[in-house]
Every structure is written in structure tokens, then in C-alpha cells.
Unconditional design. Structure first.
Length: 217
């Protein structure tokens, strides 16, 4: 990454793309951020002192992960499995049931699966298990993410938030950012080894906002 791309990534990650909020975080003016972007520069020492969990190597070189390895950013909540046949709690769904989970079909909610009571995530509709390393260091393979369905009829994305997307390529857990035009979205991994890519909005079969993380020991 060059300095301009790094600065934009920082703004997107820490303040959902809001330059003014990021400027307040650093204690400088919004014009100062705009100047950095136009010149392709940044104040490494200031950013390092103000941005929690920033990776100093990435800040110096633009290579590797932006965040330090370690504790996930999202709040990790205790999860209590419910007794068999219970209808309480949030269902942990296999990937094979994802399509129905997005539509809220009764057949999916009756799927014979484990359920977990997680008080902080009462609004969540289902849990799924993370696979692969594309979202490290925030989410690791085996983590459970609590998801809340977003209706396609009234679809609104919070930029740089993590979503579960049911797409023509299968289910994806990614951050969503503004695309090159209104019909496209930029799909971003937290792991810098995975390049961002664009998807057309009409390629989504279902969308769910990730509400939080459960890390099983």
C-alpha cells in the first residue's frame, strides 16, 4: 500500500470512512486529513499514538496486517449451549442452511442444530462458524459470529462493517465499502494477503450484519 491507500484504510477501519471523525481522533483538523490524502503523506508517530492495536511494521512499510495479532476487536461474549430440542437461544447454522437463514424460512429455524444463549446478542438471528484465514486477525477459523438479517428490499450498508453475504460465489464474511459506482460494492478482507474485489449488488441473495463474535476455547 502507498501512504494514501494506508490513510484511507485507517479512516475506513477506525471511523467508518468519516474523515472528520478520524481527524478528531488524532486531534487535528479535517483539512489536515484532506491535505495528507492529496499529498499522499501521514504522521506516523501521531497515528501510532492514537490508533489502538495499529501494527507499527505496517505503518512503516505498508506491508502485512494493519492490526496487531491478538485479541479480536469485537466484543467476545460468553456462550451457553442450550439443552437438546430447546427453542431458546441463537441457532448455530451450517453453511448448507445459509440460504434459508437469510430468508428466515421456518424450515431453517427448525433445523436440528445447536443453540446458544448470548445475552448481549439478543437481536441476532443466527450464528455461523468462520472458515479460513481471510478475516484474521479480527476473526479466526472456528470463531462464531452472531448475525442479524438485513432485508434486501431496504438494503443499507454501514461502510467498513463486517457482513455475511450470500452471493453467487457462496457465503462470504467480509467488510463492505463503497464501490466504484452505486451498483457495486467493494468487498474487503482484514488479512492483507487477500485482495479487495468488487461485486454487483444484484449478485447478493442475502445479507446479514455481523453483530459480534464468540470465540470458543
Amino acid at each position: 500500500m502507498n501512504k494514501k491507500e494506508m490513510l484511507q484504510a485507517l479512516i475506513d477501519h477506525y471511523d467508518n470512512g468519516n474523515k472528520s471523525q478520524f481527524a478528531k481522533r488524532l486531534g487535528i483538523s479535517a483539512q489536515g486529513i484532506s491535505t495528507w490524502l492529496s499529498r499522499g503523506t501521514l504522521d506516523i508517530e501521531l497515528i501510532y499514538s492514537k490508533c489502538e492495536r495499529i501494527n507499527s511494521e505496517w505503518l512503516l512499510t505498508g506491508e502485512g496486517n494493519m492490526l496487531k495479532e491478538g485479541k479480536a476487536q469485537r466484543q467476545q461474549e460468553p456462550a451457553c449451549p442450550t439443552p437438546n430440542n430447546s427453542i431458546e437461544g441463537i441457532p448455530l447454522l451450517p453453511l448448507s442452511a445459509m440460504a434459508g437463514a437469510f430468508t428466515g424460512e421456518a424450515s431453517v429455524m427448525e433445523y436440528e442444530c445447536e443453540r446458544y444463549v448470548i445475552p448481549a446478542f439478543k437481536g441476532a438471528d443466527f450464528l455461523i462458524q468462520v472458515k479460513g484465514d481471510s478475516m484474521q486477525p479480527t476473526y479466526y477459523s472456528g470463531d462464531l459470529v452472531a448475525c442479524q438479517r438485513v432485508p434486501l428490499s431496504d438494503l443499507f450498508f454501514q461502510w467498513n462493517k463486517t457482513y455475511v453475504l450470500d452471493t453467487v460465489q457462496g457465503p462470504l464474511i467480509k467488510r463492505v465499502r463503497r464501490g466504484s459506482d452505486d451498483d457495486h460494492l467493494l468487498i474487503v478482507s482484514d488479512n492483507a494477503d487477500y485482495e479487495p474485489f468488487e461485486l454487483s449488488r444484484d449478485q447478493f441473495y442475502g445479507v446479514a450484519l455481523v453483530r459480534g463474535l464468540v470465540r470458543l476455547e
